[in-house]
Ligand binder design. Structure first.
Ligand SMILES: C[S@@+](CC[C@H](N)C(=O)[O-])C[C@H]1O[C@@H](n2cnc3c(N)ncnc32)[C@H](O)[C@@H]1O
Length: 252
């Protein structure tokens, strides 16, 4: 029964991906960095080649971002799964969720509630299929305006390829006390109080044969310091209370 349900999900996802790329397949894959997460992703056969002009137009008209696990998504999922205290017991929003990879990692990490937001309806179908595949609960929404829940932590991987999305760096600070952003395209986030906390090297699945620089993913953390337990945060981050307040823009 479960197998039949999964097969029909794959067929539906394949029908969506064919709007962008005829002949593309959807297969179940374990992530290289965190194999405990499995996703329905585009097969690799069709990707490392030159696309015709017609194919390029179709891909741009219906970009199936959700059919790939982007390097930043894989890096942030790994970071969350290796540092579960970041998400444990929290209400999490994964913005620009695509396949839902980061949302799924947060749910596996013990989040109290996980909401994956993506404006693409095909991504919403993929997130639901991938959550079911990993046997975790992930709610979905199409826009931040649909959120009716307070959020403790926003996660966002590879959403700043579109400069119009830079606005969300500010918007996130109004919505949640903590934000974690993963991105390989921007090298510095100049918006305060985001700061780079680590770098993780990994690839997009399927492999797009990207330049090495796009495999180096920066993880940025912003902490507004307004709503959370500051002493707990200091302990986790090994920083002093004074440093913390300086970082969050408050004064002692
Ligand atoms: C490159 S994909 C990254 C997907 C996933 N986070 C990952 O790293 O694998 C970017 C995703 O963000 C979504 N997205 C971009 N702008 C958005 C917006 N303004 N609101 C909601 N979703 C958005 C796209 O539809 C797409 O699924």
């Amino acid at each position: 029964m479960e197998r039949a349900v999964n097969e029909s999900r794959v067929t539906a996802l394949e029908a969506s991906v064919h709007r962008a790329l005829a002949g593309a397949t959807i297969t179940e894959k374990a992530l290289d960095l965190c194999p405990e997460v499995r996703l329905h992703l585009m097969g690799s056969g069709n990707m490392q080649r030159r696309f015709s002009a017609e194919e390029t137009r179709a891909i741009l008209a219906h970009p199936p971002y959700w059919a790939l696990c982007w390097a930043s998504g894989q890096a942030l999922a790994w970071h969350v799964l290796r540092n579960k205290s970041l998400v444990r017991g929290k209400r999490i929003l994964d913005f620009g969720a695509g396949s839902g990879v980061v949302a799924i990692a947060a749910a596996m990490g013990g989040a109290a509630r996980v909401i994956a937001c993506d404006h693409d309806p095909d991504a919403i179908a993929a997130i639901r299929a991938n959550a079911a595949l990993n046997k975790v609960q992930v709610e979905t929404c199409r826009s931040l305006d649909d959120l009716s829940v307070e959020i403790d932590l926003i996660l966002a991987a590879d959403v700043f390829y579109d400069r119009e999305n830079y606005y969300f760096l500010h918007k996130f600070l109004e919505l949640a006390p903590e934000i974690l952003v993963a991105d390989s395209r921007i090298k510095v986030i100049e918006v305060s109080p985001y700061r780079r906390v680590t770098e993780i090297t990994t690839s997009t699945i399927p492999d797009l044969d990207e330049y090495d620089e796009f495999k180096r993913v920066g993880i940025y953390r912003a902490f507004t310091g307004k709503h959370v337990n500051l002493w707990q945060y200091c302990k986790e981050e090994a920083c002093s209370y004074k440093e913390l307040l300086a970082q969050s823009g408050d004064s002692m």
